[in-house]
Design a binder for this molecule. Sequence first.
Ligand SMILES: [Zn+2]
Ligand SMILES: [Zn+2]
Length: 140
Amino acid sequence: MNRIFQSEQEAAAVLRDAGLKATPQRLAILRALSGDVTHPTAQELYERLATHFPALSVATVYNTLAALTRVERCRPLDLGGPARFDPNVAPHDHAVCERCGEIRDVKAAETRPKPRALTGFSVRRVEHIYRGLCAKCAGT
Ligand SMILES: [Zn+2]
Ligand SMILES: [Zn+2]
């Protein structure tokens, strides 16, 4: 499930929940991220929107994504480079192609055993990253 909102009214409500005014720029950021399966960075979303919103800045995109993250409408994904943002907040894993950089959602296993070495540690979330080659890059 990677849609952040279903209707335009809901889109404005999501922004208000995040403590933001529903400006046309912020609605466009929300629309751009909702349903996006590429796990874009703030810079990538900015580049997609900049032609329509010449006054838009990367900082506005980043701040909007940070506010949406705080209310769990999206989730940051740390793959080592600039933060990526995931509209899919359900628990899932990721597969990353080491050649073209494609990032794919992978359904997480229902339950995962907690390593015994983690006694005395309260696990909130486990995320796996599978690294390899996508079908296109592997030439299969
Ligand atoms: Zn690839
Ligand atoms: Zn994802």
